[in-house]
Design a protein around this ligand. Sequence first.
Ligand code: F6P
Length: 363
Amino acid sequence: GKGLAVFTSGGDSQGMNAAVRSVVRMGIYLGCKVYFIREGYQGMVDGGDNIEEANWSSVSSIIHKGGTIIGSARCMDFVQKEGRLKAACNLVTRGITNLVVIGGDGSLTGANLFRQEWSDLLDELLANNRITKDQREKYKYLHIAGLVGSIDNDFCGTDMTIGTDSALHRIIEAIDAIVSTAYSHQRTFIMEVMGRHCGYLALVAALSSEADQVFIPEDPVPYNWVEKLCKRLQQERKSGQRLNIIIVAEGAIDREGKPITAELVKKVVVDNLQQDTRITVLGHVQRGGSPSAFDRILGCRMGAEAVMALMEATPATEPCVVSLDGNQAVRLPLMECVRRTKAVSQAMTDKNWELAVQLRGRS
Ligand code: F6P
């Protein structure tokens, strides 16, 4: 059977295990020899025990677990040519020419570059007698399928990344818990949520918890935000509300691009309204815990589709990313999605927020 390997790379997210499980089982079902690569690209470079054959039962009882059982890492060695040569050698000597990479845009970009370089890497390995002529010929094509695992929902091309829904569940639980204590003491709480430069988690959490205010990177606050915020909070209290909840995305900014931090918002509330105010930074709690049903199913569907894409690939097939479009699993050109995702970052840096939001929308 064909050699197929799965690895997780970059920050973990809930639902990655469901995806790993699905890749392994679909691969076996279709007659592949399936491998885990542990610790992301680092394991591919280091080889040895890091690359291990998987079987049907090695992915039993993992669908409900958060994180990734095969480990993840941000790898510096893979950035170096020698690292990639080692990685290619480790794959070829095991007969692996199909890769499923589960990660964010950085990890997917790395995979694409690896594939572009594959032929040159094999030539160099052959020249240095690290692989044989037969191996050079037999494994000359590398096929790649990407899955987007991230709580941030910041990848262009897919409606939801694997992990976002679970992170939202975690955030909502935390807000509900905070509300009861805030109510008792008539306090204002400022909750900082993750998402890097994407405000999706903050926005959806705010909508579903009836927060009074949300700060997100894509909609930087106007110059008179202090006045507007204070007026709103005051109104809420006057109308009998005993608490206020403000959600701040970790990437929130003002129109000059300066960060709007939880500390800053607290200072505004305390100085202007003298409200009893506390900050809660949710941090990595958002990335932990068991995956929601949605993320389990998403991981399963994406994983199976990735394996099918690889098995149908011809030498000319470009790397794809398996995405959710409406309720459909679709295959999109990996590099186009990465390019769009990078264009969003650039638009944000250029303070062109309208363009950023537009680019992030559906394809
Ligand atoms: O990309 C996922 C994420 O959790 C972001 O929301 C956050 O900014 C970042 O990773 C935190 O990174 P680390 O786990 O390296 O602290």
